[in-house]
Design a protein around this ligand. Structure first.
Ligand SMILES: NC(=O)c1ccc[n+]([C@@H]2O[C@H](COP(=O)([O-])OP(=O)(O)OC[C@H]3O[C@@H](n4cnc5c(N)ncnc54)[C@H](OP(=O)(O)O)[C@@H]3O)[C@@H](O)[C@H]2O)c1
Length: 218
């Protein structure tokens, strides 16, 4: 798959390196062409990808990708989407963004909805619940259990691409519902980040499925 990434920071590096190692073609993009090119070269070397990672402008990445990953900070989101322009219309967009200030997250102002409204692309929210270092793990797994990655989106082709990209990390895609539920994923990130910064183990707040009240043992 050709994957354009809007961003050349930590998330672009972690995810793009894994996807290049899995055989995909990746183009990262940032505001500074020299920095983006250096990032692409590092990723290519780490992935052993032999030229499958390259860099370009935001517009070039948007045009390059069959799937385009939005991996920029909130402060740069609108400017980046405008720079990417019309090329995002109708494309599968994987949105990994979170609010810059989790404590001030407003569920009525979803970043995923903004991305869809501005671009006309088919947004799937994904990969926003874990720290960048988790996405560098090969594979991301804890206590022997592969990480599950919830996906929220409406477009079947975009969801199929997102499931492939989750599986290529060694993770398990989980259907999180339609695009309107992306705000819940953003709110979940804001909530657990608050717990983590407070020193709580957010993983411990939920029971296993058998104790969820929805599944009775046979
Ligand atoms: N880091 C995490 O643990 C993590 C986990 C889950 C989700 N996320 C989300 O993923 C997105 C990317 O995070 P990241 O960790 O990859 O961030 P990062 O390392 O700081 O990279 C940010 C990228 O955004 C670009 N950008 C464009 N306009 C910008 C502006 N005005 N201000 C700042 N950056 C701008 C930067 O461009 P340049 O290359 O030109 O600097 C850079 O490529 C964010 O929305 C974040 O909330 C992060």
């Amino acid at each position: 798959m050709r994957i354009g990434i809007l961003g050349a920071g930590g998330m672009a590096d972690a995810l793009g390196t894994q996807w290049a190692a899995a055989g995909h073609e990746v183009m990262v993009s940032g505001r500074d062409p020299g920095r983006s090119a250096a990032q692409a070269a590092r990723m290519d070397a780490h992935a052993g990808a032999a030229g499958r990672v390259r860099s370009g402008t935001f517009a070039e990445s948007a045009a390059f990708g069959e799937v385009v990953v939005v991996a920029v900070r909130e402060a740069g989101l609108l400017g980046t989407l405008r720079a990417a322009g019309e090329r995002l219309r109708g494309k599968a967009l994987i949105d990994v963004t979170n609010a810059a200030d989790p404590g001030a997250y407003d569920v009525t102002r979803s970043l995923a909805r903004l991305i869809g409204d501005v671009t006309g692309g088919h947004v799937v929210k994904a990969f926003n619940l874990c720290h960048v270092d988790v996405w560098r793990m090969t594979p991301p797994a804890f206590d022997g259990r592969p990480l599950s990655v919830p996906l929220c989106g409406d477009d079947p082709r975009a969801l199929t691409a997102a499931r492939t990209l989750v599986a290529d990390l060694g993770c398990v895609p989980v259907d999180g519902g339609g695009a309107e539920r992306a705000a819940l994923l953003e709110a979940t990130a804001a909530f657990v980040i608050g717990l983590w910064f407070g020193g709580a183990d957010a993983q411990a707040i939920l029971p296993p499925l058998v104790s969820s009240g929805t599944h009775r043992p046979a």
